[in-house]
Design a protein around this ligand. Structure first.
Ligand SMILES: N[C@@H](CCC(=O)N[C@@H](CS)C(=O)NCC(=O)O)C(=O)O
Length: 266
């Protein structure tokens, strides 16, 4: 079987794909897509594979799975190894996945960044405009991607509203993140892992959620919850954690490069 994962190192949803592939011991080629500086998600070659212009995408023997939620289910069903969604716990696991995917981690991440620095706010606003420009340019040179570009442009407008405008949703996202940590803490009083007594697909997504909380310096939300803190120590000891190369820190050099690209690149 030939498997290719289009991924970006610090991308939240790419981390989910990498972690489930690592848990199942799947061998794959990793193609890094630079979504921040070169904005390769807007290249015609990539849009052909992924009209949503996002990572991750898994190509498995010609089958294209372009969303992390679907990658989780596909990888679990189609590769050997431990069943990460066994029938006896499937309802609870799938419910936990649905709950995870109702939360907009991007709004929390970006909202936190722009509250830390006025430069980040300015750079983000420029970044959204740059993304829209790329869409218009792609539409002009490749009219066959018109619908994909129009969809993406609508998303960019929505992003601006949710993250940058006065009516932003930051307060709700923060409150929701705390509620989700309470939910996880409570689940861990009932079983060893988040949705069952064995490691499952739910643990894949919630591990990445916690890695992101740490990256945006919300580690206190984990540390102050006894079960969650012990759980974090346990999941980070797993072989998959290292293999998946989960990002819990944005290197300053990289951040500076991204900000400079957002500020000065066309
Ligand atoms: N629903 C998708 C969301 C993917 C997504 O939003 N990916 C982000 C990175 S974490 C991305 O590619 N952003 C680039 C962009 O929107 O231009 C999934 O679960 O895979």
């Amino acid at each position: 079987m030939q498997n290719i994962l289009y991924s970006n190192n610090s991308s939240y949803y790419s981390m989910i794909a990498r972690l489930v592939l690592a848990e199942k011991g799947v061998v794959y080629d990793l193609h890094n897509v630079d979504i921040h500086i070169a904005m390769e998600q807007f290249t015609p070659e990539f849009v052909k594979i992924q009209p949503n212009m996002t990572v991750p995408v898994l190509l498995s023997n010609g089958v294209n799975i372009d969303d992390s939620h679907r990658i989780l289910l596909f990888v679990n069903q189609n590769f050997a190894g431990v069943d990460l969604c066994p029938p006896e716990s499937a309802d609870a696991i799938l419910k936990s996945l649905d709950l995870h995917y109702t939360f907009s981690i991007e709004d929390l991440t970006m909202g936190t960044a722009l509250r830390k620095s006025p430069i980040a706010r300015f750079a983000l606003a420029r970044g959204l405009k740059r993304a829209s420009r790329r869409c218009y340019e792609l539409m002009r040179t490749h009219p066959e991607f018109k619908v994909a570009c129009e969809n993406k442009l609508r998303l960019e407008v929505q992003r601006e509203k949710l993250i940058l405008s006065k009516e932003n949703n930051y307060a709700q996202m923060l409150e929701r993140a705390i509620e989700l940590c309470d939910y996880l803490e409570n689940e861990l009083t009932q079983h060893e892992f988040i949705a069952s007594d064995s490691y499952s697909l739910a643990d894949v997504v919630w591990t990445v959620f916690m890695a992101r909380l740490i990256m945006i310096k919300f580690d206190h939300l984990i540390i102050e919850r006894k079960n969650l803190n012990t759980y974090w120590q346990r999941v980070t000891q797993r072989e998959s954690y290292l293999k998946a190369n989960l990002c819990t820190k944005m290197p300053v050099k990289f951040l500076i490069k991204v900000i400079l690209a957002l500020l000065f690149k066309k």
